[in-house]
Design a protein around this ligand. Structure first.
Ligand code: NAD
Length: 500
């Protein structure tokens, strides 16, 4: 069995750790790889490489750093199909979805190509007579990234292209469930001309993460994953004096107003709820129907569409399935136990995906598309993030009730409303307590040049991923106030300086 190690100083290095974890192909249930779980010392080795590389990389001009990003983008495109297949084989998502993930990651690289423009800073002439003020946006040093299993390439690429383009160096800790693709990406960075040590990978778990959170050389930590771990990362990293952005879990609601076009809603909802088997932090897992009539219409259409869904392996198909397996056996079991809990707590199970097998892939981690009606707050399937192909329908009597329901939820990552009323749409985007809002859009994921992040317990820390927030997160601003006096040295002043 191949064993994946780390990537330090521009090359793959075998790990000497005694601990490792199995990586599976979720469509077959077969183990494909063993990944080492880095020791504390190996993690420190990666930090040392990044720390050393920072001395020179931070002095490379932004234009030259952008040139590396341009070449990196070309390499990613040249290897597009290979990378997408690697995502699908370890994560389980279908190939077209893996390609979509990769495209969204490449878009962040494209954004990072504009770094000379993004680092221009501010300049004010004559803030006082003969005095100018300007800002310098300087890199921080070694930055670390910790990512979840569900986007093994896109989420790391929310982080490191911008960090590196800003002049930082980076240590990435990917998910141990699907670690191969980011290793392939690291090789491409080296081929694109990135100097050794600027980008490093430690494959590992809590042991490696705790070193990244405590080593004084690490200046900033970017995290994406579940809320309990995000909270831990934010609290521990902040306590240790680091800048931290930590994105957590989600429960995303779609409000269906009585005036919405049912066919548009159904077409949007099918992909948003069941795409990637619901393993997306922006998946819609709750449809909030305003009025019983809109709920009944929606349910009858959804039943037909779900019956026509193809579920199967993400690669090697004759006709591409709509959705693949879940990432692991344990996760598939957890999703089934949520369905059990929904039934036990009185929700109405309309379509049951628990006993679902795919012929020829009986050992795969498949759970079929599942639909619940009559779901209410207080039920675990409503309150908690399931992260599987389970859609809940909640019925409410009014727009205000729908809004209050969403605002009362612990999470506030994404939400959307389907309506033909501009008045309701405007009130919704204005009043909803959620970070990313859609209007007649199924999954309102901001583009790379905007910033991605939720509200409430979906995020810890003030700055979101990519866009302007990403540049602010990975730079420290210094404001210079300058005067070039001739011979007009004034007398001492002991009062607070004010500009004349
Ligand atoms: P996870 O929290 O289990 O793991 C995320 C990362 O943290 C992994 O690299 C893992 O190795 C590490 N980790 C796990 N336990 C740890 C511990 N005790 N101490 C230190 N590090 C630890 O998340 P996951 O299951 O890989 O991913 C799914 C979750 O990620 C979902 O909750 C999903 O909503 C969330 N997610 C959020 C966003 C967002 O933008 N808000 C995006 C993608 C995924």
């Amino acid at each position: 069995m191949n064993k994946l190690g780390n990537f330090i100083n521009g090359k793959q290095v075998p790990s000497h750790s005694e601990r490792s974890s199995a990586v599976y192909n979720p469509a077959t249930g077969q183990q494909s790889l063993e990944v080492s779980l880095a020791s504390a010392d190996e993690t420190r080795d990666a930090i040392s490489a990044a720390h050393k590389a920072f001395l020179t990389w931070s002095q490379v001009t932004p234009l030259r750093r952008a040139h590396v990003m341009f070449r990196f983008k070309v390499m990613l495109e040249a290897n597009f199909d290979k990378l997408a297949e690697a995502i699908s084989l370890e994560h389980g998502k279908v190939l077209s979805d893996a390609k979509g993930e990769l495209t969204r990651g490449i878009e962040v690289v494209e954004f990072a190509c504009g770094i000379p423009h993004l680092l221009k800073g501010e300049h004010s002439q004559n803030v006082g007579r003969g005095v100018d003020s300007f800002s310098l946006m300087q890199p921080l040093g070694v930055c670390a990234g910790i990512s979840p299993f569900n986007f093994p390439v896109m989420v790391p690429m929310w982080m490191f292209p911008i960090a590196i383009a800003c002049g930082n160096t980076f240590v990435m800790k990917p998910s141990e469930k699907d670690p191969s693709v980011i290793m392939m990406v690291a090789e491409l960075l080296t081929q694109a001309g990135l100097p050794d040590g600027v980008f490093n990978i430690v494959n590992g778990d809590k042991e490696a993460v705790d070193i990244l959170l405590s080593d004084a050389r690490v200046q900033a930590v970017s995290f994406v994953g579940s809320t309990p771990i995000a909270e831990y990362i934010y609290a521990t990293g902040s306590k240790n004096g680091k800048r931290v952005q930590a994105l957590g879990g989600a429960k995303n609601h779609m409000v269906v107003m009585p005036d919405a076009d049912t066919e548009q809603v159904v077409s949007a909802l099918m992909g948003a709820a069941y795409g990637s088997a619901g393993e997306r932090c922006m998946a819609i897992s709750v449809a909030v129907c305003v009025g019983d009539e809109s709920a009944e219409k929606l349910i009858s259409h959804l039943k037909q569409e779900i019956a026509a869904m193809r579920v199967g392996p993400g690669t090697g198909f004759k006709e591409e399935p709509h959705m693949g397996p879940l990432v692991s056996k344990e996760h598939a079991q957890k999703v089934r136990s949520y369905i059990d809990a929904g039934v036990a707590q009185g929700a109405s199970l309309l379509i049951d995906g628990r006993d679902f097998t795919v012929t020829g892939n009986e050992q795969g981690y498949f759970v079929g598309p599942t639909l619940f009606d009559q779901v209410k707050p207080g039920m675990r399937i409503y309150d908690e993030e399931i992260f599987g192909p389970v859609l809940s329908i909640v019925r409410v009597g009014s727009f205000e009730e729908a809004l209050n329901l969403i605002n009362a939820h612990e999470y506030g990552n994404g939400t959307t409303i389907f309506t033909t009323s501009g008045e309701y749409a405007r009130a919704f985007s204005d009043e909803v307590q959620v970070g990313m809002v859609g209007i007649n859009v199924p999954i309102p994921v901001p583009m790379a040049f905007h910033s991605f992040g939720g509200w409430k317990r979906s995020v810890f820390g003030p700055l979101n991923m990519h866009g302007q927030d990403g540049v602010r997160f990975y730079t420290r601003m210094k404001t210079v106030t300058a005067r070039w006096p001739k011979n007009d040295i004034s007398s001492h002043s002991f009062s607070m300086p004010t500009m004349k």
